[in-house]
Design a protein around this ligand. Structure first.
Ligand code: EPZ
Length: 420
């Protein structure tokens, strides 16, 4: 029974060795959604084996798109049979990123019916920026019975100013603009590497996008997009998680097949804390050669410190003696892991979107429960450093975003296993 699945971590072991990073979950999901826009088949490489990827593949299947996982990790997509335009509630409720099919469906089929994504553990997460943006293209948007009903006679390019650099809204609107008539400008756009990867993929299919990676993206609508072969970028959050695993166990780990420049906000903070970071072409080596120092962190849109690394960094600060302050500015309620860390002996006080951490010498293993994807990683990292055994439940969250985490950790010396 999945609900009884737990991870048992026995702490106190230094991690040493090399970890290979998988493809980025948050690049794979929008790029899979973007295959809706293509007239012919696509091969995607470096797609990670994750539950969220399987959910997105199920959404594409529901729309009539043929998907095939090849043995070598490639995914073959044939969108030529696309004929439905509805992303059903049971899929959207299990993964809010299903909303990313809306812009592509509207652009390709001129219709979309997508269940409203519920909230989730890390806050309400509205989609007003997505919907307001689509209306700017001339789409008619109605909300009824928990579904978004969207339709158009044909999207017209437009000027959109995003009042917040929402990653999902930027992706949805960029996809909608690719087949719209005329030019679209998205001002105040998100600049994450995953946005750049999506734009590069769309351009490889024949889209005309420029400015991706800056806060002004320009898209010139084209008539159609053709098939291609594309390899997605490595996962910067997975990479950052293993760099912190090295730091929290005072180990010596090389994280490879990744892009160091995507992680600069995190490695800069870790250097400030005293972690020894060496960067290669496509790898980062992390070692602890001295006593670590507490540092403050404030999460921000890229290139700021990523919110998806906040929980992992908090685990490290929890056992770094001294006072540090973590400010979460992106999500309203992304401190669910604080209470669980405190059950392991951490001394952390929440105050609105601040967490005040008084680092302790050591944590002790306990039974803890993960509430979201990055909280799962945080609690496993804490377990690696704690005295004794830590049992982490809520592992379904972990499998959404980390490929074989316990195997990758065991390979570098962790005592960790999955138990019923
Ligand atoms: C993406 O979520 C990522 N998910 C998240 O990663 C990541 O934490 C987030 O970007 C920020 O970097 C995927 O890419 C699949 P947003 P998204 O729209 O697109 C508010 C993980 O752990 N907002 O940038 O949902 C929203 O409530 C996940 O891998 C609106 O108010 O993030 C939030 O407070 C977690 N209205 C903030 O903006 C909107 O219309 C950032 O949201 C949209 C968003």
């Amino acid at each position: 029974m999945e609900g009884n699945l737990r991870i048992l971590v026995t702490g106190g072991r230094r991690l040493e060795g090399q970890v290979k990073i998988s493809g980025a979950k948050n690049a794979a999901l929008p790029i899979l959604a973007a295959t809706i826009l293509s007239n012919d088949s696509i091969t995607l490489r470096n797609i990670p084996v994750l539950r969220d990827v399987d959910t997105m593949l199920s959404v594409l299947n529901t729309l009539g798109i043929k998907v095939k996982k090849e043995r070598n990790g490639e995914i073959y997509i044939d969108p030529s049979n696309l004929k439905y335009f509805e992303a059903p509630y049971e899929l959207v409720k299990s993964m809010r990123a299903s909303i990313l099919v809306m812009g592509a469906l509207l652009s390709k089929l001129k219709k979309a019916r997508v269940a409203l994504p519920g909230g989730c553990a890390i806050g309400p997460r509205p989609i007003d920026l997505h919907l307001e943006g689509l209306k700017r293209f001339g789409a008619k948007i109605d909300l009824e019975k928990g579904y978004i009903e969207a339709e158009t006679h044909g999207l017209k390019g437009c000027y959109i100013h995003l009042e917040y650099p929402s990653v999902g809204a930027t992706e949805n609107l960029m996809m909608a603009a690719t087949l719209a008539e005329g030019e679209t400008i998205i001002d105040g756009a998100a600049k994450e590497p995953e946005i750049v990867d999506l734009a590069c993929f769309l351009n490889k299919m024949g889209a005309r996008i420029s400015g991706h990676g800056t806060d002004r993206i320009r898209i010139e609508g084209v008539k159609e997009l053709r098939g291609t072969i594309y390899k997605i970028i490595p996962d910067r959050i997975e990479a950052g998680t293993y760099v912190i695993a090295a730091a929290i166990t005072k180990g010596d780990v090389t994280v490879s097949e990744m892009n160091p420049s995507h992680l600069w906000a995190v490695t800069t903070k870790l250097r400030e804390a005293g972690v020894w970071i060496e960067e290669g072409e496509s790898e980062v080596r992390a070692r602890v050669l001295e006593k670590l120092r507490p540092v403050d962190v404030k999460t921000l849109p890229y290139p700021g410190f990523p919110t998806d690394m906040q929980a992992q960094f908090m685990a490290l600060m929890a056992i770094t003696p001294g006072r540090s302050i973590i400010t979460e500015t992106v999500f309203k309620n992304r401190f669910m892991h604080v209470d669980e860390l405190n059950r392991m002996g951490a001394v952390i006080k929440k105050d609105g979107n601040f967490a005040l951490i008084d680092g302790v010498e050591s944590l002790s293993g306990a039974e803890v429960c993960a509430t979201d994807l990055r909280a799962s990683a945080c609690l496993i990292l804490a377990g690696l450093a704690a005295k004794g055994d830590t049992f982490v439940s809520g592992i379904c969250h972990l499998d959404r975003g980390y490929e074989r985490m316990e195997k990758k950790l065991a390979q570098i010396g962790a005592k960790i296993e999955r138990i019923e």
